[in-house]
Design a protein around this ligand. Sequence first.
Ligand SMILES: [Ca+2]
Ligand SMILES: [Ca+2]
Length: 258
Amino acid sequence: MYKIFLNNLIISPCNNAPSNNSTIQQLNNSTPFRTIITAFIAIMTCQAAWCNQGFPVCDNPREAIITVLLQGYYQAEHDKMQRTQHLLNGEVTDLYAAPVADRILVELRDKKHFNTLVTSGWVDLHEDGTAAFQLSAALQEEYHIVIKTRNHLKTVSAQPVCFAGTATVAYDFTTSDTKAYGNNLALLGNNRYGLFAGDISQDGFVDINDLSVTIDQVRQGATGYLPADINGDGFIDINDLSLVIDNVRKGIGVVAPP
Ligand SMILES: [Ca+2]
Ligand SMILES: [Ca+2]
């Protein structure tokens, strides 16, 4: 028996029971290989769509603004982030229109049961660190805010954040390391803080596995929108490698509520 899971996939955004691990398909041992491959292709397509999906808003919307800086992208001399580059017709160019630097996944998790995902959505992260978006006004509890990206460390708000009322919810991860659970933020310069760079594998650690991927791609002279492009400039080179090495030495890993 094969079971195929998709982490954090919300099958139906507007029902109230999003599941953390949704069984997409179960295949028995007699299932032809072609069927299994088709199932994986369906999952990959689904993942791509999900990566563009914002917060489900099925009733009255309310505003939220979260401020997050990414260590690799942050340019202290400009006090803002690099805008992500990719390859277009062989040229390295902006992936998103200004002022979007990249997209991040924002999750709200239950304040008492951290493993319970309440809702999530991909939002635009601007080069100044702000991410403004809408979400359902029905969310009226306190939730842990979790930030995920393609190559930085998953980071959790220090405390559950209150979403009661109708006012704009604001949370700023950049003003102090105390804004993250376990004070798990990197000091970036200009007295600002950001998510640690280098978790290319997104397994919660910056370690030898992330380092080996980066070394391989530096050797290949890789370019484009790749997770090993830690600073988002479209090239995988010594600048990315040095950041990963720094954080491997520090033993950087996710700190989250039990
Ligand atoms: Ca990793
Ligand atoms: Ca780079």
